[in-house]
Write a protein that binds this ligand. Structure first.
Ligand code: GTP
Ligand code: MG
Length: 214
């Protein structure tokens, strides 16, 4: 439990347009995050409090793409990186069989802050996983990449299972059981985080790994 409320905090990271917001909607089973074909749609970290079947209440944090550029883009990337310090579990969203320094940099932040993480290859309906790529990810992360499509989520249950088993027990301390929560809703008001900082997660607690908050 790293956030201000007693629910596991799961952060979604990856390049712009890889389908991070779509993946959140898929897990929520409703449109809680704005999706568009324009890269750079999500500009600030946005917390979405939701209930996932089999897991219970969680806070998903949608983020801006880690490959944003320019003066404002770099500031967005900084905000995205700050989120890594606030989460119990990270999900790195890949697409197009692409894994290079961009992804390695996110992983080094997970490792630096001792955040467990999963690796998901989205848009697999367009571009199925290559064996060579699976091997590359395995070598770089020690993890099996999950083939996924937010558009055709045949592997949704598998993703939920991975989230469940990768979330540390400390993240669920004090959590109400599934069914007791109010269901999906926005943690920080109705703003969707698109071109607005109003529902930014950036005001949440920043602290080094291991620090215990009562
Ligand atoms: N074919 C296909 N399209 C997808 C999939 N997931 C997302 N998309 C599409 O990809 C585009 C980008 O999706 P988003 O969910 O907005 O991506 P994002 O990573 O949140 O993008 P930014 O907020 O811009 O960083 C949208 O047009 C989605 O409909 C998928 O699994 N398959
Ligand atoms: Mg987005």
């Amino acid at each position: 439990m790293k956030g201000r409320d007693a629910k596991p905090h799961v952060g979604i990271f990856g390049r712009r347009n890889n389908g991070k917001s779509s993946l959140i909607n898929c897990l929520a089973d409703q449109e809680v995050a704005i999706v568009s074909k324009e890269p750079g749609t999500t500009t600030d970290p946005v917390k979405k409090s939701m209930e996932i079947t089999q897991i219970g209440p969680v806070v998903m944090i949608d983020t801006a793409g880690t490959d944003d550029t320019g003066e404002i883009g770099k500031k967005r990337v900084d905000k995205t990186r700050e989120v890594i310090r606030q989460i119990d579990l990270g999900i790195l969203v890949l697409a197009g069989n692409l894994f290079d320094q961009e992804e390695e940099s996110v992983i080094s932040q997970f490792e630096k802050w001792e955040v467990p993480y999963l690796v998901v290859h989205n848009k697999s309906d367009l571009d199925p996983l290559h064996d060579r790529f699976k091997k590359q990810v395995l070598e770089a992360t020690g993890k099996q990449v999950l083939e996924f499509s937010a558009l055709h989520p045949h592997n949704r249950e598998a993703l939920i299972g991975q989230i469940q088993s990768a979330t540390p027990e400390s993240a669920t301390e004090g959590v109400v059981t599934a069914g007791q929560d109010a269901g999906v809703g926005l943690a920080d008001g109705a703003a969707q985080g698109v071109r607005t900082a109003a529902s930014s997660a950036s005001a949440a607690i920043h602290r080094p790994p291991g620090e215990v908050v009562a």
